[in-house]
Write a protein that binds this ligand. Structure first.
Ligand SMILES: [Fe+2]
Length: 157
Protein backbone atom coordinates (compact mmCIF):
# COMPACT_ATOMS: atom_id res chain seq x y z
CA UNK A 1 0.00 0.00 0.00
CA UNK A 2 1.08 3.56 -0.64
CA UNK A 3 2.75 4.85 2.55
CA UNK A 4 0.70 8.05 2.51
CA UNK A 5 -2.55 6.13 2.90
CA UNK A 6 -1.02 3.68 5.32
CA UNK A 7 0.08 6.47 7.66
CA UNK A 8 -3.17 8.37 7.22
CA UNK A 9 -5.11 5.25 8.22
CA UNK A 10 -2.92 4.84 11.30
CA UNK A 11 -3.32 8.44 12.35
CA UNK A 12 -7.08 8.29 11.76
CA UNK A 13 -7.14 5.24 14.05
CA UNK A 14 -5.22 7.26 16.62
CA UNK A 15 -7.75 10.10 16.32
CA UNK A 16 -10.57 7.60 16.76
CA UNK A 17 -8.93 6.41 20.01
CA UNK A 18 -8.88 10.01 21.25
CA UNK A 19 -12.61 10.46 20.56
CA UNK A 20 -13.32 8.79 23.89
CA UNK A 21 -10.49 10.50 25.80
CA UNK A 22 -11.63 13.01 28.40
CA UNK A 23 -9.39 15.90 27.40
CA UNK A 24 -10.18 19.53 26.69
CA UNK A 25 -9.40 20.34 23.05
CA UNK A 26 -8.48 23.69 21.56
CA UNK A 27 -9.45 22.39 18.10
CA UNK A 28 -11.90 19.61 17.21
CA UNK A 29 -10.84 16.17 16.04
CA UNK A 30 -13.05 16.72 12.98
CA UNK A 31 -10.79 19.57 11.96
CA UNK A 32 -7.70 17.42 12.59
CA UNK A 33 -9.08 14.79 10.19
CA UNK A 34 -9.87 17.30 7.44
CA UNK A 35 -6.64 19.22 7.90
CA UNK A 36 -4.33 16.21 7.76
CA UNK A 37 -5.79 14.85 4.51
CA UNK A 38 -6.11 18.23 2.90
CA UNK A 39 -2.61 19.39 3.91
CA UNK A 40 -1.24 16.18 2.43
CA UNK A 41 -2.87 16.94 -0.91
CA UNK A 42 -1.51 20.49 -0.92
CA UNK A 43 1.92 19.24 0.18
CA UNK A 44 2.05 16.79 -2.70
CA UNK A 45 1.29 19.55 -5.19
CA UNK A 46 3.94 21.84 -3.70
CA UNK A 47 6.49 19.00 -3.74
CA UNK A 48 5.82 18.28 -7.41
CA UNK A 49 6.19 21.97 -8.24
CA UNK A 50 9.39 22.29 -6.22
CA UNK A 51 11.07 19.03 -7.17
CA UNK A 52 10.82 17.56 -3.65
CA UNK A 53 9.75 14.02 -2.75
CA UNK A 54 5.93 14.02 -3.09
CA UNK A 55 5.35 10.93 -0.94
CA UNK A 56 7.44 12.05 2.03
CA UNK A 57 6.06 15.57 1.72
CA UNK A 58 2.48 14.30 1.82
CA UNK A 59 3.33 12.13 4.83
CA UNK A 60 5.05 15.00 6.66
CA UNK A 61 1.93 17.12 6.09
CA UNK A 62 -0.34 14.29 7.28
CA UNK A 63 1.42 14.01 10.64
CA UNK A 64 2.51 17.59 11.32
CA UNK A 65 -0.15 18.26 13.98
CA UNK A 66 0.39 14.98 15.83
CA UNK A 67 1.31 16.91 18.97
CA UNK A 68 -2.05 18.68 19.03
CA UNK A 69 -3.93 15.49 18.26
CA UNK A 70 -2.48 13.73 21.29
CA UNK A 71 -2.44 16.66 23.73
CA UNK A 72 -5.47 18.65 22.57
CA UNK A 73 -3.44 21.81 23.08
CA UNK A 74 -2.49 24.38 20.47
CA UNK A 75 0.27 25.92 22.57
CA UNK A 76 3.69 24.46 21.72
CA UNK A 77 2.06 21.52 19.93
CA UNK A 78 4.79 21.35 17.29
CA UNK A 79 7.48 20.70 19.90
CA UNK A 80 5.17 18.50 22.00
CA UNK A 81 4.65 16.19 19.06
CA UNK A 82 8.30 15.57 18.25
CA UNK A 83 9.20 12.56 20.43
CA UNK A 84 5.73 10.90 20.38
CA UNK A 85 5.65 11.29 16.59
CA UNK A 86 9.04 9.63 16.22
CA UNK A 87 7.70 6.68 18.21
CA UNK A 88 4.51 6.57 16.12
CA UNK A 89 6.50 6.61 12.87
CA UNK A 90 8.98 3.99 14.11
CA UNK A 91 6.16 1.71 15.21
CA UNK A 92 4.51 1.98 11.81
CA UNK A 93 7.46 0.08 10.37
CA UNK A 94 7.19 2.17 7.18
CA UNK A 95 10.30 4.31 7.51
CA UNK A 96 14.07 4.25 7.80
CA UNK A 97 15.56 6.02 10.85
CA UNK A 98 16.58 8.94 8.60
CA UNK A 99 13.04 9.29 7.27
CA UNK A 100 11.63 9.21 10.82
CA UNK A 101 13.97 12.04 11.80
CA UNK A 102 13.14 14.06 8.68
CA UNK A 103 9.38 13.73 9.19
CA UNK A 104 9.44 14.40 12.95
CA UNK A 105 11.73 17.39 12.50
CA UNK A 106 9.40 18.89 9.89
CA UNK A 107 6.55 18.54 12.41
CA UNK A 108 8.65 20.01 15.22
CA UNK A 109 9.52 23.09 13.19
CA UNK A 110 6.22 23.72 11.44
CA UNK A 111 5.06 26.49 13.76
CA UNK A 112 8.23 28.53 13.14
CA UNK A 113 6.68 30.19 10.10
CA UNK A 114 9.19 33.06 10.14
CA UNK A 115 12.16 30.75 9.68
CA UNK A 116 13.16 29.08 6.44
CA UNK A 117 14.07 25.42 6.79
CA UNK A 118 14.70 22.37 4.62
CA UNK A 119 12.53 21.85 1.50
CA UNK A 120 10.22 19.43 3.31
CA UNK A 121 9.92 21.73 6.34
CA UNK A 122 8.97 24.58 4.02
CA UNK A 123 6.38 22.41 2.29
CA UNK A 124 4.75 21.54 5.63
CA UNK A 125 4.64 25.18 6.74
CA UNK A 126 3.27 26.38 3.42
CA UNK A 127 0.70 23.58 3.08
CA UNK A 128 -0.44 24.31 6.65
CA UNK A 129 -0.96 28.01 5.93
CA UNK A 130 -2.67 27.39 2.59
CA UNK A 131 -4.95 24.76 4.05
CA UNK A 132 -6.08 27.01 6.89
CA UNK A 133 -6.70 29.74 4.34
CA UNK A 134 -8.80 27.55 2.05
CA UNK A 135 -11.12 26.62 4.95
CA UNK A 136 -11.39 30.19 6.17
CA UNK A 137 -9.39 29.62 9.35
CA UNK A 138 -7.85 32.85 10.67
CA UNK A 139 -4.21 33.59 9.85
CA UNK A 140 -3.40 35.80 12.80
CA UNK A 141 0.33 36.15 12.40
CA UNK A 142 2.06 38.37 9.86
CA UNK A 143 4.45 35.58 8.86
CA UNK A 144 1.48 33.33 8.03
CA UNK A 145 -0.04 36.00 5.78
CA UNK A 146 3.35 36.60 4.13
CA UNK A 147 3.65 32.90 3.35
CA UNK A 148 0.13 32.79 1.98
CA UNK A 149 0.87 35.61 -0.44
CA UNK A 150 3.91 33.76 -1.80
CA UNK A 151 2.07 30.44 -2.09
CA UNK A 152 -0.88 32.00 -3.90
CA UNK A 153 1.53 33.41 -6.47
CA UNK A 154 3.37 30.10 -6.74
CA UNK A 155 0.34 27.90 -7.26
CA UNK A 156 -1.33 30.16 -9.78
CA UNK A 157 1.43 29.45 -12.32
FE1 LIG B 1 0.13 22.87 13.73
Amino acid sequence: MNRVFEIQEKILDKIAEFESADIQRDITLSWERIHLASCAAVGRILALKRGADPELSAIACSVHDYGRIITGKQRDHAMAGYEPLKLFLEESGCFTPDEVELLATAAKKHSSKKEVGSPIEEIVKDADVFDCYQYGMPLDREEQRARLKTILEEISH
